[in-house]
Design a protein around this ligand. Structure first.
Ligand SMILES: [Zn+2]
Length: 512
């Protein structure tokens, strides 16, 4: 008996123990896999060091990360990724676009963004219940995944508060009810656009009331703050931090209009870090350009915008309006620094238009363009200040772009981060840049199954050589697709292969 046991033990010891992959396979008898990504330098998205490993995908899910023995199983497609990096698909914390009109979103896919977020700056589609709109988007099958937010400005209009600076108890209940309904429909949070009408009119008691509702549901407020000018941005961020007592908050496209230098950036960043230390869950996103892009109404005073009658303003306060616009534009680096993005002015600066039309730029703004009449790019930011923001640990990357807006950020942002901020200028390591474009936005929005390369997560995956990634969009030609992605995989399906975009769409409407 003793001898027999001894022999058994000996046999067990000489037989090699099963590999990690063999153990994995033994739990999944007879399975055929859809995709294998072999020998890539894997960056997990969390900021950890990269390492060479294989990824195995079944349908839309990452099922194994480790050394895969191809002799032991069948797989439909293998991507050899030796010499390239493999990362999670990028997640855009602040985007624009209409998936019912332009569902392809090739601008985002070509630069590696597999998930975007919409409903930003306080404005979402005018549905009292966005569940309905989300279903339409789902039926369309967008090219990228979409995380939806409900806009506070839209809720203000729907609830009847509109331009009222002092909503009543009853109105607060109404807007709160609409917010609840949309959050429960699967929105990831609420956005505010306090520099825009009607969000501009919201008092702190309204915003804090809504923040409590957002907080109860463990969601986030992401805010285009009240005023991004150098003199006002600190107090505007503080207003958001006050809402941060009740829910998680994020500063959208953080910038300091006509502020200068790294130390100014550090003053603003200190606000965020101090708030974190006192328990406020605050983050920020930034796009890597020094020109903003928005409606021309940003230049006009509040008294020339709805609900005020514009024609009456021109009739009664014209001289005052001229002076306001002259000062505002000059303070924002002058008419040369305002590049129009809408027909028939697209591609021309306000200075060029003034010369061509032979009249002062303020008259062109008042009579020819008018507050709602155009969008433009405004060269109002400082490179070293914005770069200091991008380097901070609490700051993630967003594009604030869309397939159709005339600013290169919509087609270039994520490629520019890799090309300029990682490869050329070494502002960020590649692993840190990837973290800012994957797990950090996923955590901020509360997307739990994307943004990292982890077993069980959805297979949104990029394969590329960082040296080959290039932004080609410019202010003159903003619609050129980024170059250098070899593979873009969305929900386990190949959306871009060897640089070529697929005609099939594989995105999903996400819900939280
Ligand atoms: Zn905005």
């Amino acid at each position: 008996m003793r001898t027999f046991l001894g022999l058994l033990l000996l046999a067990a010891c000489t037989q090699s123990s099963p590999t990690e992959f063999e153990s994995f396979l033994s739990q999944q008898p007879g399975k055929k896999y859809s995709l294998l990504i072999q020998d890539g330098q894997v960056i997990d998205g969390l900021g950890n060091d990269s390492y060479v490993v294989d990824l195995l995908i079944q349908d839309d899910t990452i099922v194994f990360i480790g050394k895969v023995d191809t002799a032991l199983m069948e797989v439909e497609k293998t991507i050899g990724a030796a010499g390239e990096v493999v990362t999670p698909g990028f997640i855009d914390m602040h985007s624009h676009g209409n998936p019912l009109e332009t569902p392809d979103f090739q601008n985002f896919l070509a630069m590696g963004a597999t998930t975007i977020s919409l409903g930003k700056d306080g404005s979402s589609p005018d549905y009292e219940n966005l569940a309905e709109w989300m279903q339409l988007v789902e039926d369309t099958v967008p090219g990228v995944n979409i995380a939806m937010f409900v806009g506070h400005g839209t809720l203000r209009m729907q609830s009847g508060i509109k331009y009222n600076p002092r909503p009543s108890e009853e109105q607060l209940e109404k807007i709160g009810g609409l917010l609840e309904k949309n959050l429960d429909a699967g929105c990831f949070g609420m956005t505010t656009g306090l520099e825009y009408i009607p969000g501009f009119y919201a008092p702190s008691y309204e915003l804090e009331h809504l923040a409590k509702i957002v907080g109860e549901r463990e969601k986030v407020i992401t805010s285009h703050v009240r005023n991004e000018d150098d003199s006002e941005v600190g107090s505007s961020i503080q207003e958001l931090l006050n809402q941060g007592q009740f829910c998680q908050v994020n500063v959208s496209h953080m910038k300091v209009v006509y502020g200068q230098g790294e130390s100014r950036a550090e003053e603003i960043l200190d606000l965020l870090h101090q708030a974190r230390q006192s328990g406020v869950q605050v983050t920020a996103d930034v796009y890597p350009y020094t020109a903003s892009y928005t409606g021309i109404s940003i230049l006009f005073p509040e008294w020339a915008k709805p609900p005020n009658d514009y024609q009456q303003v021109i009739a009664n306060r014209r001289a005052e309006l001229e002076e306001f616009l002259r000062n505002k534009v000059n303070q924002r680096n002058g008419p040369e620094a305002t590049l129009l993005g809408t027909a028939p002015y697209a591609g021309k600066t306000l200075a060029q238009l003034a010369k061509e039309m032979n009249k002062p730029f303020e008259d062109i703004l008042i009579d020819d363009i008018q507050p709602g009449g155009a969008s433009g790019a405004y060269f109002v930011m400082n490179d070293s200040l914005q770069s200091r923001f991008i380097a901070d640990s609490l700051v993630m990357i967003s594009s604030d772009g869309s397939p159709t807006s005339r600013h290169p950020r919509g087609h270039g942002t994520f490629a520019r981060i890799i090309e300029k901020f990682v490869v050329q200028d070494s502002v960020l390591t590649l692993t840190e840049a990837v973290r800012k474009m994957t797990s950090l936005p996923a955590q901020t929005m509360g997307i739990s199954d994307r943004g990292t390369l982890t077993v069980g997560n959805k297979a949104d995956i990029l394969v590329f050589d960082p040296q080959q990634v290039h932004e080609t969009a410019t202010y003159e030609d903003p619609f050129q697709l980024a170059k250098g992605m070899n593979y873009v995989i969305v929900n386990g399906e190949i959306s871009l292969e060897n640089g070529e975009l697929s005609s099939q769409r594989h995105g999903q409407m996400l819900r939280k």
